[in-house]
Design a protein around this ligand. Structure first.
Ligand SMILES: Nc1ncnc2c1ncn2[C@@H]1O[C@H](COP(=O)(O)OP(=O)(O)OP(=O)(O)O)[C@@H](O)[C@H]1O
Ligand SMILES: [Mg+2]
Length: 260
Protein backbone atom coordinates (compact mmCIF):
# COMPACT_ATOMS: atom_id res chain seq x y z
CA UNK A 1 0.00 0.00 0.00
CA UNK A 2 1.25 3.45 -0.87
CA UNK A 3 0.90 6.24 1.68
CA UNK A 4 -2.32 8.19 0.97
CA UNK A 5 -1.91 11.81 -0.08
CA UNK A 6 -4.34 12.95 2.61
CA UNK A 7 -5.67 11.34 5.77
CA UNK A 8 -8.15 13.10 8.04
CA UNK A 9 -8.73 11.33 11.35
CA UNK A 10 -11.58 12.01 13.77
CA UNK A 11 -12.08 15.60 12.72
CA UNK A 12 -14.57 17.49 14.88
CA UNK A 13 -15.71 21.08 14.64
CA UNK A 14 -18.43 23.08 16.30
CA UNK A 15 -19.67 26.61 15.81
CA UNK A 16 -21.14 27.66 19.16
CA UNK A 17 -23.96 25.19 19.80
CA UNK A 18 -23.86 23.76 16.27
CA UNK A 19 -21.85 20.58 15.84
CA UNK A 20 -20.73 20.89 12.23
CA UNK A 21 -18.46 17.82 12.20
CA UNK A 22 -18.32 14.82 14.50
CA UNK A 23 -15.28 12.54 14.28
CA UNK A 24 -15.03 12.51 10.49
CA UNK A 25 -12.49 10.30 8.71
CA UNK A 26 -11.40 10.70 5.12
CA UNK A 27 -8.61 9.15 3.08
CA UNK A 28 -7.53 10.28 -0.37
CA UNK A 29 -4.93 8.75 -2.70
CA UNK A 30 -2.77 10.68 -5.14
CA UNK A 31 -4.64 11.42 -8.35
CA UNK A 32 -7.93 10.21 -6.93
CA UNK A 33 -11.17 12.01 -7.73
CA UNK A 34 -13.52 12.01 -4.77
CA UNK A 35 -17.13 13.20 -4.81
CA UNK A 36 -18.35 14.64 -1.51
CA UNK A 37 -22.12 14.70 -1.30
CA UNK A 38 -24.84 15.21 1.28
CA UNK A 39 -27.79 17.35 2.17
CA UNK A 40 -27.49 21.03 3.10
CA UNK A 41 -25.63 21.62 6.36
CA UNK A 42 -24.11 18.11 6.27
CA UNK A 43 -20.67 19.63 6.96
CA UNK A 44 -19.11 19.21 3.50
CA UNK A 45 -17.81 22.76 3.11
CA UNK A 46 -16.64 22.89 6.71
CA UNK A 47 -14.63 19.68 6.27
CA UNK A 48 -12.99 21.02 3.12
CA UNK A 49 -12.31 24.43 4.69
CA UNK A 50 -10.45 22.56 7.42
CA UNK A 51 -8.46 20.59 4.85
CA UNK A 52 -7.56 23.79 3.01
CA UNK A 53 -6.58 25.71 6.13
CA UNK A 54 -9.48 28.20 6.23
CA UNK A 55 -10.77 26.72 9.52
CA UNK A 56 -8.90 24.88 12.23
CA UNK A 57 -10.51 21.73 13.65
CA UNK A 58 -11.43 21.47 17.35
CA UNK A 59 -10.11 17.92 17.38
CA UNK A 60 -8.62 15.39 15.04
CA UNK A 61 -5.57 15.01 12.89
CA UNK A 62 -4.59 15.75 9.29
CA UNK A 63 -1.73 13.91 7.59
CA UNK A 64 -0.30 14.76 4.20
CA UNK A 65 1.85 12.03 2.68
CA UNK A 66 2.06 10.44 6.12
CA UNK A 67 3.18 13.55 7.99
CA UNK A 68 0.99 15.27 10.59
CA UNK A 69 0.13 18.82 9.51
CA UNK A 70 -1.22 21.81 11.38
CA UNK A 71 -2.78 24.17 8.86
CA UNK A 72 -3.08 27.58 10.49
CA UNK A 73 -4.22 29.29 7.29
CA UNK A 74 -4.78 28.65 3.56
CA UNK A 75 -1.16 29.50 2.81
CA UNK A 76 0.14 26.63 4.90
CA UNK A 77 -2.25 24.23 3.15
CA UNK A 78 -1.19 25.61 -0.23
CA UNK A 79 2.44 25.02 0.67
CA UNK A 80 1.50 21.36 1.22
CA UNK A 81 -0.06 21.29 -2.28
CA UNK A 82 -3.72 21.73 -1.27
CA UNK A 83 -5.83 24.40 -2.99
CA UNK A 84 -9.52 25.15 -2.66
CA UNK A 85 -11.78 26.85 -5.19
CA UNK A 86 -14.74 28.52 -3.55
CA UNK A 87 -18.23 28.54 -4.96
CA UNK A 88 -17.97 32.23 -5.85
CA UNK A 89 -14.45 31.61 -7.26
CA UNK A 90 -13.06 34.38 -4.99
CA UNK A 91 -11.61 36.34 -7.92
CA UNK A 92 -10.96 40.08 -7.91
CA UNK A 93 -13.32 41.42 -10.60
CA UNK A 94 -11.32 44.50 -11.58
CA UNK A 95 -8.03 42.67 -12.02
CA UNK A 96 -7.05 40.88 -15.21
CA UNK A 97 -6.97 37.13 -15.68
CA UNK A 98 -3.18 37.09 -15.25
CA UNK A 99 -3.28 39.36 -12.20
CA UNK A 100 -5.82 37.06 -10.53
CA UNK A 101 -3.72 33.99 -11.20
CA UNK A 102 -0.53 35.52 -9.82
CA UNK A 103 -2.16 37.48 -6.99
CA UNK A 104 0.16 37.32 -3.98
CA UNK A 105 2.86 35.40 -5.87
CA UNK A 106 3.80 37.77 -8.67
CA UNK A 107 6.94 37.34 -10.77
CA UNK A 108 9.29 40.29 -10.40
CA UNK A 109 12.27 41.41 -12.43
CA UNK A 110 15.00 43.97 -11.90
CA UNK A 111 15.10 46.91 -14.21
CA UNK A 112 17.92 49.39 -13.68
CA UNK A 113 18.25 47.96 -10.18
CA UNK A 114 14.55 48.43 -9.37
CA UNK A 115 12.17 45.50 -8.81
CA UNK A 116 9.14 45.71 -11.12
CA UNK A 117 6.37 43.30 -12.06
CA UNK A 118 7.32 40.98 -14.88
CA UNK A 119 4.00 41.28 -16.69
CA UNK A 120 5.16 39.80 -19.95
CA UNK A 121 6.37 36.64 -18.26
CA UNK A 122 3.17 36.31 -16.20
CA UNK A 123 0.89 36.81 -19.24
CA UNK A 124 2.87 34.24 -21.16
CA UNK A 125 2.82 31.70 -18.32
CA UNK A 126 -0.90 32.26 -17.81
CA UNK A 127 -1.48 31.52 -21.50
CA UNK A 128 0.49 28.29 -21.19
CA UNK A 129 -1.50 27.22 -18.13
CA UNK A 130 -4.78 27.57 -19.99
CA UNK A 131 -3.41 25.56 -22.87
CA UNK A 132 -2.23 22.78 -20.57
CA UNK A 133 -5.59 22.63 -18.86
CA UNK A 134 -7.43 22.71 -22.16
CA UNK A 135 -9.25 25.84 -21.01
CA UNK A 136 -10.03 28.89 -23.03
CA UNK A 137 -10.39 32.52 -21.99
CA UNK A 138 -10.76 35.41 -24.41
CA UNK A 139 -7.58 37.16 -23.25
CA UNK A 140 -5.38 36.93 -20.20
CA UNK A 141 -5.27 40.73 -20.09
CA UNK A 142 -9.07 41.13 -19.80
CA UNK A 143 -10.54 42.10 -16.44
CA UNK A 144 -12.18 39.06 -14.87
CA UNK A 145 -15.50 40.91 -14.52
CA UNK A 146 -15.85 40.82 -18.32
CA UNK A 147 -15.74 37.01 -18.44
CA UNK A 148 -18.62 34.54 -18.39
CA UNK A 149 -19.24 32.31 -15.36
CA UNK A 150 -17.58 29.37 -17.10
CA UNK A 151 -14.52 31.44 -17.98
CA UNK A 152 -14.26 32.71 -14.41
CA UNK A 153 -14.37 29.13 -13.24
CA UNK A 154 -11.51 28.41 -15.67
CA UNK A 155 -9.47 31.22 -14.15
CA UNK A 156 -10.14 29.90 -10.64
CA UNK A 157 -9.03 26.42 -11.72
CA UNK A 158 -5.90 27.78 -13.41
CA UNK A 159 -5.02 29.76 -10.32
CA UNK A 160 -5.53 26.75 -8.08
CA UNK A 161 -3.43 24.43 -10.21
CA UNK A 162 -0.75 26.93 -11.20
CA UNK A 163 1.65 26.21 -8.42
CA UNK A 164 2.18 22.48 -8.12
CA UNK A 165 -1.11 21.64 -6.47
CA UNK A 166 -1.43 17.96 -5.57
CA UNK A 167 -5.06 18.34 -4.52
CA UNK A 168 -7.67 20.74 -5.82
CA UNK A 169 -10.88 21.04 -3.83
CA UNK A 170 -13.89 22.36 -5.71
CA UNK A 171 -16.99 23.45 -3.79
CA UNK A 172 -20.00 23.11 -6.10
CA UNK A 173 -17.99 23.80 -9.27
CA UNK A 174 -20.92 23.29 -11.63
CA UNK A 175 -23.77 24.79 -9.58
CA UNK A 176 -24.16 28.00 -11.56
CA UNK A 177 -22.85 26.90 -14.97
CA UNK A 178 -24.49 26.12 -18.29
CA UNK A 179 -24.16 22.76 -20.04
CA UNK A 180 -21.00 23.49 -22.11
CA UNK A 181 -19.22 24.96 -19.09
CA UNK A 182 -20.16 21.93 -16.99
CA UNK A 183 -18.65 19.66 -19.65
CA UNK A 184 -15.50 21.77 -19.50
CA UNK A 185 -15.20 21.43 -15.74
CA UNK A 186 -15.58 17.66 -16.05
CA UNK A 187 -12.88 17.56 -18.72
CA UNK A 188 -10.57 19.64 -16.56
CA UNK A 189 -11.02 17.27 -13.63
CA UNK A 190 -10.10 14.34 -15.87
CA UNK A 191 -7.04 16.21 -17.05
CA UNK A 192 -5.95 16.99 -13.49
CA UNK A 193 -6.30 13.32 -12.61
CA UNK A 194 -4.15 12.37 -15.62
CA UNK A 195 -1.48 14.65 -14.16
CA UNK A 196 -1.77 12.78 -10.84
CA UNK A 197 -3.51 15.73 -9.17
CA UNK A 198 -6.27 14.60 -6.80
CA UNK A 199 -9.63 16.37 -6.84
CA UNK A 200 -12.35 16.56 -4.22
CA UNK A 201 -15.58 17.81 -5.70
CA UNK A 202 -18.46 18.84 -3.45
CA UNK A 203 -21.61 18.60 -5.52
CA UNK A 204 -25.35 18.29 -5.30
CA UNK A 205 -25.32 17.13 -8.93
CA UNK A 206 -24.89 13.37 -8.75
CA UNK A 207 -24.53 13.09 -12.54
CA UNK A 208 -21.31 15.12 -12.27
CA UNK A 209 -20.06 12.93 -9.45
CA UNK A 210 -20.84 9.76 -11.37
CA UNK A 211 -19.22 11.07 -14.55
CA UNK A 212 -15.83 11.98 -13.05
CA UNK A 213 -15.33 10.58 -9.55
CA UNK A 214 -13.60 7.34 -8.58
CA UNK A 215 -15.18 7.30 -5.15
CA UNK A 216 -18.01 9.06 -3.36
CA UNK A 217 -18.43 9.91 0.31
CA UNK A 218 -21.86 10.70 1.72
CA UNK A 219 -22.24 12.96 4.74
CA UNK A 220 -25.18 13.89 6.92
CA UNK A 221 -25.45 15.88 10.15
CA UNK A 222 -21.69 16.27 10.42
CA UNK A 223 -20.88 12.59 10.03
CA UNK A 224 -19.85 10.23 7.25
CA UNK A 225 -22.79 8.01 6.33
CA UNK A 226 -20.80 5.79 4.00
CA UNK A 227 -18.48 5.55 1.06
CA UNK A 228 -18.61 3.79 -2.30
CA UNK A 229 -16.51 3.19 -5.37
CA UNK A 230 -18.49 4.84 -8.14
CA UNK A 231 -18.15 1.66 -10.22
CA UNK A 232 -19.84 -0.29 -7.43
CA UNK A 233 -22.92 1.82 -6.76
CA UNK A 234 -25.77 3.63 -8.45
CA UNK A 235 -27.59 6.92 -8.08
CA UNK A 236 -30.47 5.26 -6.17
CA UNK A 237 -28.19 3.94 -3.47
CA UNK A 238 -26.40 7.27 -3.02
CA UNK A 239 -29.70 9.15 -2.89
CA UNK A 240 -30.90 6.70 -0.23
CA UNK A 241 -27.78 7.35 1.84
CA UNK A 242 -28.13 11.12 1.48
CA UNK A 243 -31.79 11.14 2.48
CA UNK A 244 -31.94 8.36 5.08
CA UNK A 245 -28.50 9.08 6.52
CA UNK A 246 -27.81 5.32 6.79
CA UNK A 247 -25.63 2.91 4.85
CA UNK A 248 -27.71 -0.01 3.57
CA UNK A 249 -24.61 -2.23 3.45
CA UNK A 250 -23.63 -1.68 7.06
CA UNK A 251 -24.61 -4.46 9.45
CA UNK A 252 -27.69 -3.70 11.52
CA UNK A 253 -27.23 -2.14 14.96
CA UNK A 254 -26.40 -4.69 17.72
CA UNK A 255 -29.86 -4.70 19.27
CA UNK A 256 -31.54 -5.32 15.90
CA UNK A 257 -32.32 -8.94 15.07
CA UNK A 258 -29.58 -10.13 12.73
CA UNK A 259 -29.97 -12.71 10.01
CA UNK A 260 -27.47 -15.52 10.62
N1 LIG B 1 -18.74 30.04 9.92
C1 LIG B 1 -19.77 29.41 10.49
N2 LIG B 1 -20.36 29.89 11.59
C2 LIG B 1 -21.39 29.26 12.18
N3 LIG B 1 -21.94 28.11 11.73
C3 LIG B 1 -21.39 27.58 10.62
C4 LIG B 1 -20.31 28.19 9.94
N4 LIG B 1 -19.98 27.43 8.87
C5 LIG B 1 -20.83 26.40 8.88
N5 LIG B 1 -21.68 26.48 9.92
C6 LIG B 1 -22.73 25.50 10.28
O1 LIG B 1 -22.15 24.21 10.21
C7 LIG B 1 -23.05 23.27 9.63
C8 LIG B 1 -22.37 22.65 8.41
O2 LIG B 1 -22.28 23.65 7.40
P1 LIG B 1 -21.55 23.41 6.00
O3 LIG B 1 -21.50 24.71 5.33
O4 LIG B 1 -20.27 22.70 6.23
O5 LIG B 1 -22.57 22.43 5.27
P2 LIG B 1 -22.59 21.93 3.75
O6 LIG B 1 -22.65 20.44 3.79
O7 LIG B 1 -21.47 22.55 3.01
O8 LIG B 1 -23.99 22.47 3.24
P3 LIG B 1 -24.43 23.07 1.79
O9 LIG B 1 -24.69 21.88 0.91
O10 LIG B 1 -25.69 23.80 2.12
O11 LIG B 1 -23.33 23.95 1.30
C9 LIG B 1 -24.31 24.05 9.32
O12 LIG B 1 -25.21 23.86 10.35
C10 LIG B 1 -23.85 25.49 9.25
O13 LIG B 1 -24.87 26.36 9.60
MG1 LIG C 1 -21.37 23.89 1.42
Amino acid sequence: MTVPFVEMHNISKRFGAVVALRRVNLILQNGEVLGLVGDNAAGKSTLMKILSGAYTPDAGEILVEGTTMKFENPISARTAGIEMIYQDYALVPQLTVTQNIFLGREHMRRRFGVATLDNRRMDSEAGTMFQMLGLRVSSVTSPVQELSGGQQQAVAIARATAFDAKLVIMDEPTASLGVPAIAKVRETIVRLKQNDVAVIMISHRLEDVFSVADRVIVMKHGQVVGMRDVSDTATDEIVHMIVAGTDPRQPAAPDDPEPS
